[in-house]
Ligand binder design. Structure first.
Ligand code: ADP
Length: 615
């Protein structure tokens, strides 16, 4: 038993527990896994929209070049350059200010004394365009109309003008700035995607902007190129300059300060391109360098702009601008993770419960089988003893009689009676064992026929009475007046009665009174009861049902000295049930046992004469 239990624990229980533990551990990570899956999906959305915004700027650059060429086609280059600001603005909505500058730094247009916007432009960019000042800039240029989608170099402004030092960003970034080893021109981002986003795996990559500034003069930036973009922060405000060199006069550089208002209006449709299937789950916002929304996909949407679910920097054309994705219902993710957790948790609990219940059933069955095996061993020794005792008596008394040493007729008669009783005890035991084995194999045959139960019981009791009385028992039997006709196997029922009488004798504990009663009971279904009562100690508490199990003995042969096989009541109950009835035990009032053989009263019930007439 111990070995089997050990095998069960090692082969089933321990692996199940380990599996359950692993499953519980994976449950804890469910939310993170879901977040990662979603963040990968939404990162793709942010990336493609950021690319769209970048392309828009490239298109603007290209259109600006075409407009310059158109203006130059309609006039002399020096003439166009002198009034470039005035000529450009009516045709180019994207231009805030138009400028023309020679490669050696003479600002031809706009005039520093013209309109206020032009004055401001000259103040901010005059020295830089005149090559008298180098500034921290982000620059992108193409060679002779190369694809404007190509990558761009973006550079930041001087330290004083860096957005990292703007009032909005300063507080949040102060600590991080201290802890980071930023390279030249690098700076920290204003926007930090939530935990779970793919970038979160590399904290440094998440915090540091991918675009970096460099310090240069305008002439250096232009070099031999034909067009480009320069982004520069002046007093925390982004300024984007588009420039173009025409083949008409390569000494002249025409440019425009991009209207940010115009740019924002053009960027709005980009974020509105969001896939309708995702509109119910996310909102996309284009954030400027101070993490303020410039364009939002969903009107009226508000969020903690600095903490999107995922974000992507637009690129060098718009330094530190980001395309950010926000969850419309951040709780939804937690809820679905919770639901998933609950479902999986429940499954694990159910599996564990099933394993536990299975284990319990196996152990119970094992216990039962072991008890049965023990009982069978006891049975063999009990039966051997049961056979040996009567055989010894029979041999001893028959030898005495055979030797002719017993002369007194009473003694001889008494010995003969003992031999007869012991022989019938042997017969009873062998019958029980044979019947039991027939029943086990399902081969027990009943010969049903109508007969009078009163007659049957009376005959059996009267046959057994001499044996009981010779052992000092008094048998009180009360018989009903009328016959009780039932359909039964006469011999089988007689065997039940004998078994019950024999038990009443065996477990009498010196109280040698036995009573037999027959009575009809109308409720709940009409049936007849044969009650056999003794005045012994009764069946010990808790064993009332178990005594009907095969080989079970409440009174152990060793401790009680009472011989038995543990089959008598098993057979009695099986025979009774084959007749549609049962055998039950209840304690007798005043002490002792009362065993009741209950049989149904059906179509064959009636007087003896009626029953006979039906035969
Ligand atoms: P056995 O051969 O042991 O008598 P049974 O199947 O006839 O086998 O009875 C099963 C057990 O029920 C007995 O061992 C005994 O403990 C208990 N029992 C049966 N009849 C009586 C009774 N009249 N009084 C007390 N206990 C009884």
């Amino acid at each position: 038993m111990k070995k089997i239990a050990l095998v069960f624990v090692l082969a089933v229980f321990v692996p199940s527990l380990v599996l359950a533990l692993l499953a519980v551990r994976s449950l804890r990570d469910q939310q993170l896994i879901l977040e990662r899956q979603q963040s990968l999906l939404y990162q793709g959305v942010a990336d493609s929209m950021a690319k769209e915004a970048d392309n828009l700027l490239g298109r603007m650059q290209h259109e600006f070049g075409e407009q310059v060429e158109t203006l130059l086609a309609n006039g002399q280059a020096p003439e166009v350059a002198r009034s470039f600001d005035e000529r450009l603005r009516p045709t180019c909505a994207a231009a805030e200010v138009g400028f023309a500058v020679t490669l050696n730094g003479v600002l031809i247009s706009p005039s520093p004394v013209s309109r206020p916007a032009a004055q401001l432009f000259c103040a901010d960019f005059g020295k830089f365009l005149g090559n008298r000042e180098s500034a921290e800039v982000y620059s992108w240029k193409t060679k002779n109309g190369a694809n404007y989608n190509n990558s761009k170099l973006i550079v930041s402004d001087n330290a004083a003008n860096s957005p990292a030092q703007s009032p909005v960003a300063a507080n949040d970034l102060e600590q991080l700035t201290k802890n980071s080893n930023l390279g030249k021109g690098q700076q920290l981002r204003n926007v930090y995607p939530q935990q779970g986003a793919p970038m979160a795996t590399d904290n440094n990559a998440q915090q540091i902007s991918k675009v970096a500034s460099s310090e240069a003069e305008f002439r250096e930036l232009v070099g031999d190129e034909t067009e480009g973009t320069i982004a520069r922060f002046v007093e925390n405000k982004l300024n984007v300059l588009l420039w173009h060199r025409s083949p008409h006069d390569t000494n002249l550089v025409f440019g425009a300060e991009l209207s940010l208002q115009h740019l924002k209006e053009n960027l709005q449709p980009v974020v509105e391109q969001l896939d309708p299937a995702l509109c119910g789950d996310i909102a996309v916002a284009l954030l400027d360098d101070t993490a303020r929304p410039v364009a939002v996909s969903k009107a009226g949407f508000q969020a903690n702009w600095k903490h999107p679910f995922v974000a992507t920097e637009v690129g060098e054309a718009l330094p530190h601008w980001e395309m950010a994705v926000y969850l419309l219902d951040p709780e939804k993710l937690a809820k679905s993770a919770q639901t998933l957790k609950l479902t999986l948790g429940l499954l694990i609990v159910m599996l564990l419960a099933a394993i536990g219940a299975g284990g319990w059933l196996i152990v119970t069955d094992l216990n039962r089988q072991l008890a049965l095996a023990r009982q069978k061993t006891d049975f063999v020794s009990n039966v051997s003893h049961e056979l040996k005792t009567p055989l010894t008596s029979i041999r001893m008394f028959s030898e005495l009689l055979a030797e002719g040493r017993v002369i007194e007729p009473e003694k001889r008669q008494s010995y003969l009676n003992i031999i007869t009783a012991e022989a019938s005890r042997l017969t009873r035991l062998i019958n029980n064992v044979l019947d039991f084995s027939r029943m086990e194999r399902g081969e027990k045959k009943y010969n049903f026929q109508k007969c009078d139960l009163v007659d049957l019981v009376r005959e059996t009791v009267e046959t057994y009475r001499p044996h009981l009385e010779s052992n000092g028992f008094r048998v009180h039997a009360t018989w009903p007046e009328s016959a009780v006709m039932i359909n039964c196997d006469r011999d089988a029922l007689a065997q039940v009665v004998v078994n019950l009488l024999s038990n009443a004798e065996k477990y009498s504990h010196g109280q040698k009174e036995i009573a037999v009663e027959i009575g009809s009971v109308p409720e709940p279904l009409p049936h007849v009861e044969v009650r056999i009562m003794d005045c012994g100690t009764g069946v010990p508490r808790g064993c009332e049902e178990r005594i009907f199990e095969q080989f079970y003995r409440a009174h152990d042969s060793l401790s009680s000295g009472i011989q038995g096989s543990g089959l008598g009541l098993t057979l009695a109950r099986q025979i009774a049930r084959a007749h549609g009835g049962d055998v039950a035990y209840r304690p007798r009032e005043g002490g002792g046992s009362c065993f009741t053989l209950r049989l149904p009263l059906g179509a064959f019930t009636g007087s003896k004469s009626q029953a006979e007439s039906t035969q």
